[in-house]
Every structure is written in structure tokens, then in C-alpha cells.
Design a protein around this ligand. Structure first.
Ligand SMILES: Nc1ncnc2c1ncn2[C@@H]1O[C@H](COP(=O)(O)OP(=O)(O)OP(=O)(O)O)[C@@H](O)[C@H]1O
Ligand SMILES: [Mg+2]
Length: 513
């Protein structure tokens, strides 16, 4: 007999419908899975067999074939265990066939019949809704993230026998209450984050960080050891604006696919802050693997990717970041599939100006040779540097500033200004996929960044003298827009442009001498 169970698989960051067809036929006992399964799915046969028997059900000594349709896309993972088991049981009349209509089933099985969590609960629920599925049977741990999607009944199950009893109407399970309304306001608590108030002096660096956060601009900080670069970078989360609902869903989807979404946090409300170590591989940074999986650039989508000690990263690792930095997404091609993941992050980088670290320090002597300095900074290529809108020098803090009693501004105050500037941007880009000034394309730059003739003159001189690229020109305009937004000024004035130009002067002092 034949039974069909609806299920789903994730491709990139979206899920699609998979039909699990199970045929139980006369013949020598055998169990095969077809439809481009990976090894985890092939192993599924053993888990399904054991789970059915250990749950006290009948396992037919027949020829069983499980087909995963469509057969031309490679499927991965263990989430098909439960639909295959339910399929076997429906084909042997242990589960009511009619109950499977409009019902999608996913879950990994343990040998004793218990159900384990799966990856991608949120995108799967979105796909279910889009395809008119009404009921979704999921591992209990994934129920909250799936229940974000309204107009879909999500039934959490903990074991194979519970799922079977539910389908046979022998047991009632309450659908998971919609998660959205209850959790949006929680977890935003910025109180637990490190606060900018601890940073003494460095006013111009804090300003640069504020501008970065306000417009989502990439930032690099260069300075001697112990000047506070890492300290400041770690405090950036405390001034980042809250995620909008669209951004929140995008970010949650990615974390759901990678399986790092905590089961008590169905919806990510704070911006991600990722700081991978410099030994990371390019697959770790960009994404990859046999069946591709998002890397750090995607995990920091809508948030911050902090690369401390930038020159220590291997050069090819840094170079692969050029595409996502420009396009806001990353495409990974593998034999199995070619996938695109979103990767719209704000890059924050920190580095010393030379191997000993004291090249720019007026009080300490730098012991590096000219050649050493050149080799060191040239690990950051021109094209990469060109994509970093805001470049600031972080000098050693003076003793007077360190010992002074006066404290700086608390993060909460800075964050209010950042939020206000982001609010202006939300209105500006309403109805588009752009979230912040840094994401503007040339069309929007022409529309939203007109500058008056005096500022134009200033910009022309700067471009010529600093030898800046056409990309740098666009990026200066975007930063100027953000500075004007922080000023709550609808027009970009000369002061805004001149501040934005200042942030581009570092490459000249460190890279071209
Ligand atoms: N502006 C500052 N105000 C208060 N404390 C500071 C400041 N700058 C540095 N410190 C102190 O010095 C410590 C080291 O700073 P941090 O690790 O940020 O330096 P760094 O610039 O990242 O150095 P390196 O180049 O060696 O990585 C901080 O943990 C903090 O205690
Ligand atoms: Mg540091």
C-alpha cells in the first residue's frame, strides 16, 4: 500500500515542500530510500525501524520504498525520520491516512521513538503557510519558532507514539499559541551589555562608531596596543538600533537554519554581534561545506561582524568577503547545489598600524622597518579597504584623560540618537528591501544624497587630492547622508560632507607612503 506524507527541506534560507511517498509491497524484506538522499537520510532507515518497533508498533517484514519528491534536489539531514515512520505506519493502516491531508510532518527520531529537534523550523513554517498547509507537526523544541507564522496550527510532539495517537484522534494536542505578540518586547534588555560610559577620552572614535551604527557603515579602527580598540568594538551592540520586524524575521531564519536559535527565543530581537577568531577558514567565514551552510557573514546579517586584529586573518579569507561587502549577499557553489544567503552586515575591524604597534604613536618609538610596515598593512588589500566607509585612528589615551573623574556619555544616550536617525531611514526606504543608508544603490544615492555646489567643490578637491575611487565617492555620499540624519537635517550640508571625507583619510597615511 502507498502513503504520502507532506514534509519540507531547507534550501538556502528558504524551505520547499517535499512529499515523502512510502510504499509497502510484498516481497523479500528490504528498506530503501530514493530521491537524492544524503547519508543522514539513508541512516534514517535504521532509526525508523528501531523507533517503530521500540514504540510497540508493528514493523512489516515487506519491501519498503521511501521516495522523497521532488527527486532532483539533494536532501540532507534527519528531519525526514518522522514522516517516513508515519508513512510506513499509514501504509500498514496503523495511522489514519485521511488525517495526513493538509498536514506537514518533520522530526528526527531517537531509537526509542522519542523526537529530537530539527533545523530550520521557521523557514519550514513559512513554506508550509505559503503552500496552504494547515497543520504542522514538529518536535516540541521547534514549536515556538514555527508558531511565529500565523494562520498555521503548530502541534508540538515528543514521541512517535504521541504523533500517531494525535493523527488517529486518540489524543488531543493543543496547538502552540502564536509566539509573536508575547515575545517581541522581551529580551531587548540592553542593560546587560557593556557600556560606552567606561571608555575615557577617544571622543572622535566614539563619534565615528555612532555614525557607523546609525547608517550601518563599515568601520575600521587603527591604533597602538591598549588604546581601547577592542574595548570600544565590544560596546557597539549597546548602541545598535533595534531590529525592525522584517530584519528580525530574516535574522531569525538564518539562525533557525544553522540550528543556533535558543528554543526559548523564537524571534531574534537584538542585532547579532559575531567576532570570529582570526584562524577562521574561508568556509567558516563565507559559508560552505558539502551541503552548504551559512558562514559568519550570514550569521551577522543585519548585525555586526567584528574582525579583531584584521591583518592576522589569512589574506584569501579576507578577500572572499569582497562580494558580500558589496552586494549584501553571498553565493556558494558546490556540486550539490548553488545557494545564495543574505549577508548584509556591518563590518567592524581593528588593527595595529605595524607589527610592533607603535608606528603612529608620538610617545613610543616604532622599531619596525619600512618594509615590515608595508608588508603588514598590505595584508589588507586596497579593494577591501575601499569598502570600509569609516576609517579612524585610535591614538593612545593620555594619562590626564584616563585619570580624570569625568565619564563619557552612556550608551543609552548615544543609542537614542542612533534610533532617531534609523527612524528617518525607515521612512525613507519604506516599502523597499533597503534597511539603512549604507545599503543604498546608485539610484537611491542620486535620489537621496543631492549636495549643494560648495560641498561639491569640497568633494572634488578631496577626491583629487586623496586619490579616491568612484566607489569611495559614493560611499562618502552615503556617510554624509547618515551624518545629516543624525543632525535631523533633510539636506546634506558642507559640514556633513567634510566630516564624511575625514573618515576616508586613513588609507593615505598608513597605506600610501
Ligand atoms: N579609552 C580608554 N578608557 C578606559 N580604559 C581603557 C581605554 N583604552 C584602553 N583601556 C583599558 O585598556 C585595556 C586594553 O584595551 P583594548 O584591549 O581595547 O586595547 P586594543 O586597542 O584592542 O589593543 P591591541 O591593539 O593590543 O589589541 C582595556 O580593557 C581597558 O581596561
Ligand atoms: Mg585589541
Amino acid at each position: 500500500m502507498l502513503a504520502t506524507v507532506l514534509s519540507s527541506a531547507v534550501l538556502g534560507i528558504d524551505a520547499y515542500i517535499v512529499k515523502v511517498e512510502v510504499d509497502v509491497a510484498d516481497g523479500l524484506p528490504a528498506f530503501s530510500t530514493v530521491g537524492l538522499p544524503d547519508s543522514a537520510i539513508k541512516e534514517s532507515r535504521d532509526r525508523v525501524t528501531a523507533a517503530i518497533k521500540n514504540s510497540g508498533f508493528y514493523f512489516p517484514p515487506s519491501r519498503i520504498t521511501a521516495n522523497l519528491a521532488p527527486a532532483d534536489i539533494r536532501k540532507a539531514g534527519s528531519a525526514f525520520d518522522l514522516p517516513i515512520a508515519i508513512g510506513v505506519m499509514a501504509a500498514t493502516k496503523q495511522v489514519d491516512l485521511s488525517s495526513l491531508e493538509n498536514t506537514m510532518v518533520l522530526g528526527e527520531l531517537a531509537l526509542d521513538g522519542n523526537i529530537r529537534s530539527i533545523q530550520g523550523g521557521l523557514p519550514i513554517a513559512i513554506a508550509a503557510k505559503e503552500n496552504g498547509v494547515q497543520n504542522l507537526i514538529l518536535p516540541a523544541e521547534n514549536a515556538k519558532e514555527a508558531a511565529i507564522v500565523d494562520a498555521l496550527k503548530v502541534y508540538p510532539v515528543e514521541s512517535l507514539s504521541e504523533a500517531a495517537a494525535f493523527l488517529n484522534s486518540a489524543k488531543d494536542i493543543l496547538p502552540e499559541p502564536p509566539t509573536l505578540s508575547t515575545t517581541v518586547d522581551e529580551k531587548v534588555g540592553a542593560e546587560s551589555l557593556l557600556d560606552l560610559v567606561d571608555v575615557k577620552g577617544q571622543e572622535h572614535v566614539k563619534r565615528a562608531v555612532e555614525v557607523s551604527a546609525a547608517g550601518g557603515h563599515n568601520l575600521i579602527m587603527i591604533g597602538p596596543p591598549g588604546s581601547g580598540k577592542t574595548m570600544i568594538a565590544k560596546r557597539i551592540p549597546s548602541i545598535m538600533p533595534m531590529l525592525s520586524m522584517d530584519e528580525s524575521l530574516e535574522t531569525t531564519k538564518i539562525q533557525s537554519i544553522v540550528g543556533i536559535l535558543p528554543s526559548d527565543t523564537p524571534l531574534v530581537m537584538t542585532r547579532p554581534f559575531r567576532s570570529p577568531h582570526h584562524t577562521i577558514s574561508d568556509a567558516g567565514l563565507i559559508g560552505g561545506g558539502n551541503v552548504p551552510r551559512p558562514g559568519e557573514v550570514s550569521l551577522s546579517h543585519n548585525g555586526v561582524l567584528f574582525l579583531d586584529e584584521l591583518p592576522e586573518f589569512r589574506r584569501n579569507v579576507l578577500e572572499v568577503m569582497r562580494q558580500p561587502l558589496e552586494d549584501g549577499h553571498v553565493t556558494i557553489s558546490r556540486a550539490a547545489a548553488s545557494l545564495t544567503y543574505p549577508a548584509n552586515f556591518m563590518l567592524v575591524a581593528a588593527m595595529n598600524p605595524c607589527p610592533c604597534g607603535f608606528f603612529s604613536d608620538p610617545n613610543r618609538e616604532c622599531k619596525c622597518t619600512h618594509k615590515q610596515i608595508q608588508t603588514y598593512v598590505s595584508r589588507i588589500s586596497g579593494p577591501l579597504l575601499d569598502r570600509i566607509d569609516i576609517q579612524v585612528e585610535v591614538p593612545a589615551v593620555k594619562y590626564a584623560e584616563l585619570s580624570a573623574e569625568v565619564t563619557g556619555e552612556p550608551s543609552a544616550t548615544v543609542r537614542e540618537r542612533v534610533e532617531a536617525a534609523r527612524q528617518i531611514q525607515h521612512q525613507r526606504f519604506d516599502g523597499t528591501t533597503i534597511h539603512a543608508n549604507a545599503n543604498m544603490e546608485s539610484k537611491q544615492i542620486r535620489e537621496y544624497c543631492p549636495i549643494e555646489s560648495q560641498a561639491q567643490d569640497l568633494l572634488r578637491v578631496a577626491i583629487n587630492q586623496l586619490g579616491l575611487s568612484a566607489r569611495a565617492y559614493d560611499r562618502i555620499l552615503k556617510v554624509s547622508r547618515t551624518i545629516a540624519d543624525l543632525d535631523e537635517n533633510p539636506n546634506i550640508e558642507t559640514v556633513h560632507v567634510s566630516e564624511a571625507i575625514q573618515y576616508r583619510s586613513l588609507d593615505r597615511s598608513f597605506w600610501k607612503n
